[in-house]
Design a binder for this molecule. Sequence first.
Ligand SMILES: *Cc1c(COP(=O)(O)O)cnc(C)c1O
Length: 375
Amino acid sequence: MAIPVMKPLLGEEEALAVAETVRSGWVAQGPRVAAFEKAFAERVGAAHGVAVSNCTTGLHLCLHLLGVGPGDEVVVPSLSFIATANAVRYCGATPVFADIDPLTGNLTAETVAAAITPATKAIMIVHQGGVPADVKAIRAIAGDVPVVEDAACAAGSTLDGNPVGTGALLAAWSFHPRKLLTTGEGGMITTDDAEWATRLRRLREHGMSMSAADRHAAGGAVVESYVETAFNYRMTDIQAAMGLVQLGRLNGIIEQRRALAARYHELLAPLGLRAVTDPAHGTTNYQSFWVALPDGAPDLLVVLGKLAEAGVSARRGIMAAHMEPAYAGHPHAPLPGTEELATRSLILPLHHEITDADQKHIVGALADALGLVAS
Ligand SMILES: *Cc1c(COP(=O)(O)O)cnc(C)c1O
């Protein structure tokens, strides 16, 4: 039995909350979604939360809201889950790949500046693997170009002393089980702008002037109208019930992940291996714990194969969209930092059931795979 790379922390409380929702008879978007939106937005320091079906649809709605369309460019990292770049294509616009700093996995003010053109309609930065990007520096060079934050992995990470999300123009979050909080599938957009929040609520629900829950609450004869062509990107109350319980676990989850990450750092240091760590301007929730392969190390697939033989489900590092068939032929500037991290790093297992013995075994297996001895 291999040690899995990630395992969601789910308890009886989640099961009960879901069962209660089913018994209540209201399972689609309703009061629990509203409560989850409020609680989540508060936790990340935003005025409004708009729950959506997943982070990918959330990113799409953010760009749609900003009027991104054909002929527009959006600066994105290639080093990200493919959904970041795809959200731009959903709008008929062109993703322009900017390079990342291989020390953090994130875009920098310099790499973003190099990718901006007169056609740039938005910049979508990613807090990759939970590591906060330097939003302040990027917004400073962005001028009037709006900066959207793909915060899929970053619930509970901090930036300049506040939770990631604080002061964000628009941030999109994921509740997929590979992230720290899960609702099975699910996502959220947060913003401080009340008008944007209202429009986003309409955009996720077919462009309806009034939500089904509001019509139900109003009683009597209320007729909605459909004011614009929009989408069905709703979250269900079943998911939100789970999300509310999960949110209560977030601080504990982060505390444990950071302790496990600190132990990995201790074990990796004598091997001379570099791993993801806090950047100067914030703290990571360690959604992904990646390790850079040293010069001269075998091919990534060979290392992953050896780890699998030792019962360790490690994963290749964060992917690069421009290296995937879906983006073959898509023009881009050289992306050396991106290619280095995508092809020469791997993600080690990190979750609540990992023990100290597991961590020693994992790092020992990695040292064997790399032919390294602790010094
Ligand atoms: C997971 C992830 C997404 C997609 O999230 P979903 O909720 O699965 O749609 C988008 N961007 C990044 C950076 C991610 O890690």
